[in-house]
Design a binder for this molecule. Structure first.
Ligand SMILES: *Cc1c(COP(=O)(O)O)cnc(C)c1O
Ligand SMILES: [Zn+2]
Length: 414
């Protein structure tokens, strides 16, 4: 007996009953939403029970997830999610906001938000008896799958562009995944992962393809609800800023808030803002054009994790903003790099895609999309350790001195 009712196509709305493996809508290739049984969930649990859980990981929300308990709680699989959310009065003051929070996903076991999806996929693979999981990745999704698979002793195969930052490739290899580097871009890696999955019968984790990734990612929305909205009894809708590449994180977060809303646990939907680099802005372009037609771009941005020609979850990602009175915002790479240093000054170390949402908050304020008294949260999706080269671009080089105090005095006194 499955824990979910079935799937619904985000494009044509068609409903499909549960099946072991179903990726896209067979009719039109639309991405599928997993449909939960809200009545059953409400008969079995309450918000108070969920918030009182002693499980300090994303698994505290297991009753709201479409998988059964994967166990392995004493491995890195049991350490995913429930990431810290910091209230930063210093950043709020600098931005001219009254209430500002940063949710720091770098504390996930493999250093990025992607652990939320990969951990859920591990649970799903166990349920349906898949021995091998394959994914395409710009780096983080692969690292997350490799790390989570290693945690439970599962075999994983990762296709990544050979241009991925070295730290990410190193992570894949160290976790013991079978890594195949593609002499092409991310979109090429995506195509190969699908073909390999069909050829070898591997379970495919690709973003915007496997309906379960968004179900893992939605746990961040549950945490934002618990840690910020519920904890502070917010009156105004929270403005949640998310960096967007394929659009699966923002879709997952939208789904999480919709689940809570449907359950009657969240009265007021947050406003969701997607932030893209100017150099990879396919979804933001459609938002600006005021339609749902997402056209491919030739992506070029310093933020490799959100560098995507044709977003695989674009339609749902667009609706996350249009259905919540949010917006899409474009930021320059120079602003993304500056945002790394600004977050660093409050103790948060972000990779470029991780700092992009924060850059978007500044841009949204300057465009008047949000006001000083709006409560705002920026999601930091990945650790600065993932891309040290970009981090070094955000700061001035350190002075080098001879081992002589006189030289130190010169440097300090300048
Ligand atoms: C994957 C990723 C994103 C973007 O997520 P999408 O689902 O592709 O929109 C943002 N930041 C980081 C660090 C990521 O790894
Ligand atoms: Zn469809």
């Amino acid at each position: 007996m499955e824990k979910y009712k079935g799937y619904q196509c985000s494009k044509c709305g068609k409903f499909y009953p549960p099946q072991d493996i179903l990726y896209l809508c067979p009719e039109d290739g639309g991405v599928l939403d997993v449909v939960l049984d809200y009545e059953k969930i409400n008969s079995e649990t309450t918000p108070e029970k969920m918030i009182g859980s002693s499980d300090n990981s994303a698994w505290r929300y297991l009753p709201l997830l479409p998988v059964s308990d994967p166990g392995n709680r004493e491995t890195p699989l049991g350490a995913v999610g429930y990431t810290p959310t910091y209230r930063s009065d210093r950043l709020a003051e600098k931005l001219g906001l009254m209430d500002f929070w940063v949710k720091d996903e770098s504390s996930n076991p493999t250093g990025s938000f992607k652990d939320r999806a990969s951990s859920l996929l591990i649970a799903r693979a166990k349920e349906i008896g898949s021995e091998v999981i394959v994914t395409a990745s710009t780096g983080n999704a692969g690292a997350a799958l490799a790390g989570m698979a290693a945690a439970v002793g599962q075999r994983s195969v990762i296709f990544a562009p050979k241009t991925a930052p070295p730290a990410k490739i190193a992570q894949l290899l160290v976790y013991g995944a079978e890594v195949i580097l593609v002499d092409g871009n991310y979109d090429d890696a995506v195509g190969l992962a699908v073909q390999a999955s069909e050829k070898f019968g591997w379970y495919c984790r690709n973003t915007g393809y496997n309906p379960f990734t968004a179900e893992g990612k939605k746990t961040a929305a549950f945490e934002i609800w618990e840690q910020v909205i519920y904890a502070n009894d917010l009156e105004k809708p929270l403005c949640v800023f998310v960096s967007v590449g394929d659009g699966n994180i923002i879709s997952g977060i939208h789904k999480g808030f919709r689940d809570l809303n449907q359950l009657g646990w969240l009265k007021q939907m947050p406003r969701i803002f997607g932030v893209q680099s100017e150099g990879s802005a396919a979804i933001a372009n459609a938002f600006e054009a005021g339609n749902e037609e997402i056209l491919p771009v030739s992506a070029d941005t310093v933020a490799d994790s959100i560098s995507v020609d044709m977003p695989s979850d674009g339609l749902r990602a667009l609706r996350a903003a249009t259905q919540t009175e949010g917006a899409y915002i474009k930021v320059k790479d120079t602003e993304i790099i500056k945002a790394i240093a600004k977050l660093g000054k409050v103790g948060v170390f972000a990779e470029p895609a991780g700092a992009t949402a924060f850059a978007g908050v500044e841009e949204a304020l300057s465009q008047g999309l949000i006001k000083a008294d709006d409560p705002v949260l920026a999601l930091v999706t990945g650790s600065g350790l993932k891309d040290v080269k970009a981090a070094m671009q955000s700061v001035e080089a350190a002075p080098i001195v001879k081992p002589d105090l006189e030289e130190v005095i010169k440097v300090v006194g300048k």
